[in-house]
Design a protein around this ligand. Structure first.
Ligand code: GTP
Ligand code: MG
Length: 267
């Protein structure tokens, strides 16, 4: 894909429940690329069944990252999906958990999804179709046409809007959503993402690193539901500040030439 470094976000490449596949996707699908799904869990015993039972058939590997649950999450997951790979996170935090899961995944494509029932596993097909069609980093968006949310408070909406404006200004991108962790990528790009975050700011880190690494980025529409059971682990102010710090830190070390290259073709 030399010469096709896209520093902007395309419109959703697939929308609605029945994705319309381009001939390119159809061709790529027949090459049988493998798909790993990585699921971080912290006390999700009431939600994990719902998620695992709805994974589409195209998923070839399921990696569950746990280590701190004090409930029956892992036991239930193993009962529902005996082939599941359970990985222990090395330290606390969603970011640390995801990094451990990515390191263990073996599929050509990796898709990360939360275990709280707020993300619909059937949408994984949209991510995989986009990855098949050449996008290297695919981000779910609640605010793209066809997306939505029933799980965002006013404070979070404002915070996400401010952070999205910051990323789009600092990185000259057109993301319609930022703090949403339904993401897929080509596993061979994991190295260039150089992830190191331990907390929720990993979503911001992944996104800006995908930009600075000039990956081909796409958004797909996604609908976010309320967490089905249990307590959220996110703290809006603390995690928002961490995301902002990540945005600024990464921007300061970014060579100006990288950004300049990306704005040239106006797409
Ligand atoms: N392994 C592991 N998983 C975690 C940790 N913290 C959060 N998670 C998981 O990460 C996913 C997202 O966490 P949530 O608490 O739902 O946070 P959120 O979705 O950003 O916030 P809400 O919209 O309020 O639910 C869930 O599947 C959690 O179980 C952690 O320290 N370790
Ligand atoms: Mg959640």
């Amino acid at each position: 894909m030399e010469g096709d470094r896209v520093m902007f976000i395309e419109k959703p490449v697939t929308t609605g429940p029945g994705p319309r596949l381009s001939p390119q996707v159809e061709r790529s699908r027949t090459t049988e690329r493998t798909v790993s799904v990585v699921i971080p869990t912290l006390n999700e015993e009431q939600n994990i069944r719902w998620v695992l039972e709805r994974l589409p058939d195209l998923v070839t590997e399921v990696v569950l990252v746990d280590g701190r649950s004090t409930d029956r999450t892992v036991e239930i997951a193993r009962a529902i999906r005996p082939d599941i790979e359970v990985v222990l996170e090395s330290k606390p935090g969603k970011g640390a958990a995801l990094r451990a899961g990515f390191a263990a995944a073996t599929g050509d494509f990796v898709v990360m999804i939360d275990a709280d029932g707020s993300m619909d596993p059937s949408e994984i097909e949209r991510f995989v179709d986009a990855l098949h069609s050449g996008y290297e980093f695919v981000k779910g968006s609640r605010f793209a046409p066809g997306g939505g949310t029933s799980d965002i408070s006013t404070i979070r909406r404002l915070g996400n809007g401010a952070l999205r404006a910051a990323v789009n200004t600092l990185y000259r991108t057109h993301f319609s959503d930022l703090c949403y962790g339904f993401i897929g990528f080509h596993r061979d790009k994991l190295g260039v993402l150089r992830l190191r975050s331990d907390g929720f700011e990993i979503v911001t880190e992944m996104t800006v690193r995908a930009v600075t690494a000039s990956l081909r980025i796409g958004e797909v529409a996604s609908y976010e539901y309320e967490r089905q059971y249990g307590e959220s682990n996110l703290r809006a102010w603390r995690d928002g500040r961490r995301a902002l710090r990540t945005l600024i830190r990464e921007r300061l070390i970014l060579p100006e030439t990288t950004l300049a290259r990306g704005t040239g073709d106006g797409r």
